[in-house]
Design a protein around this ligand. Structure first.
Ligand SMILES: Cc1cc2nc3c(=O)[nH]c(=O)nc-3n(C[C@H](O)[C@H](O)[C@H](O)COP(=O)(O)OP(=O)(O)OC[C@H]3O[C@@H](n4cnc5c(N)ncnc54)[C@H](O)[C@@H]3O)c2cc1C
Length: 325
């Protein structure tokens, strides 16, 4: 039986955290199947043996390295296609994200494989992988069985936990690829930089989340002030991200990130199911909403009915005073 191959994204000499989660998950599953988990990377000179060797500590046995354009789907599809043709992997795992969707879909078409996206859990049954994904507003779980030689699994962002296994350096294997004539027709013109994109909301113990109740983009200053004194970070609902008030990197929920901080303070957020699924695992949930019937109060530990414009600055001052500043 072939092994599991995981695509690893990188940017400016650093490996992507979601991809490390996918490698950790792939290694765990490979252990249960009795096969190897390998990784594949595409890029240029910053992909050193030293950097790629570190994937061994997340459970990767070999790392296949191809020189090519990073950040575009078609060249990566060519590379993965070649690695599978040469080594017979039966599953490919992606950590998620738009590029993962595009590569996974292209690879499925190229190799006539099954593909499941937004996967939150993978289990081994009868020597095969089964991908599970929430459906119908996350109220049910759908299970994908794969027939044929290849199954493609695209995770939901942050669904797979990063785990170091303590393994030694992975072996780096260079792959020569004849790119398809169309694969290098597109070039990366610019990578978007987003305000707040550098904030790591998954690792914050305290999140102050803002919704449409903030009224306007500038309203986020109230959340940033409170998050600042609490040593936390700022999160957002899809409604405000879609409105351009805050970057997508901070979006919590079904189509954003899933978080589990010690404290999740929701200001001006109604508590829609699609938001709830991304934050309900928080240890303590505090909600501020002017509507006493807002759904968020149904799953909050503490609810404050009132105007956030008055409450947030007072909270910030109170925390500052308590800290003696
Ligand atoms: C397929 C799909 C996927 C989705 N994915 C996501 C997702 O990942 N994440 C997500 O968040 N949403 C998602 N949504 C959208 C979701 O359904 C809701 O529309 C969204 O979460 C609402 O955002 P909100 O709470 O900011 O806005 P609203 O629902 O408009 O709520 C604003 C709240 O602010 C309160 N308010 C107003 N003024 C004040 C004030 N001065 N003081 C205090 N409170 C005030 C109001 O009472 C209200 O409860 C998705 C929807 C679909 C269909």
């Amino acid at each position: 039986m072939g092994g599991i191959l995981v695509y690893v994204l990188h940017y400016e000499g650093a490996l992507n955290k979601n991809s490390l989660g996918a490698v950790s998950e792939g290694a765990k599953l490979a252990g249960e199947l009795g096969v190897d988990c390998d990784a594949v990377v595409v890029g240029g000179g910053d992909l050193t043996n030293e950097l790629l060797g570190t994937l061994g500590s997340y459970g990767a046995k070999k790392v296949y390295r191809a020189e090519g354009a990073e950040g575009l789907a078609q060249p990566v599809i060519d590379v993965i296609d070649k690695v599978i043709a040469d080594n017979g992997h039966n599953y490919v795992i992606f950590g998620g994200g738009l590029l993962g969707f595009e590569i996974g879909a292209g690879l499925a078409a190229r190799r006539n494989a099954g593909v499941t996206m937004e996967v939150t859990n993978v289990v081994v049954e009868g020597g095969k992988l089964i991908a599970e994904r929430p459906i119908l507003g996350d109220s049910q779980i759908s299970r994908s069985h794969y027939k044929g030689d290849l199954g493609i699994i695209i995770g939901r962002i942050n669904a797979f936990e990063v785990k170091e296994t303590g393994g030694g350096a992975a072996e780096v294997v260079d792959v020569q690829v004849d790119y398809s004539p169309w694969s290098n027709q597109a070039t990366m013109v610019q990578r978007g930089e987003q305000r707040g994109a550098d904030v790591n909301i998954e690792d914050a113990d305290v999140l102050v989340a803002g919704g449409r109740g903030l009224g306007k983009a500038e309203g986020f200053q109230l959340c940033e002030d409170l998050a600042g004194v609490l040593g936390g970070a700022v999160a957002a609902t899809r409604a405000v991200v879609d409105a351009g008030w805050y970057p997508y990197a901070a979006q919590i929920g079904q189509t954003g990130k899933s978080v589990a901080p010690k404290l999740y303070l929701a200001a001006g957020i109604s508590g829609a199911i699609q938001h709830k699924v991304g934050m309900q695992a928080s240890e303590h949930i505090v909600a501020i909403n002017k509507d006493a019937n807002a759904p968020i109060f149904e799953f909050s530990d503490l609810g404050i009915v009132g105007d956030l414009n008055k409450i947030l600055p007072k909270l910030t001052e109170a925390v500052k005073a308590k800290k003696g500043g």
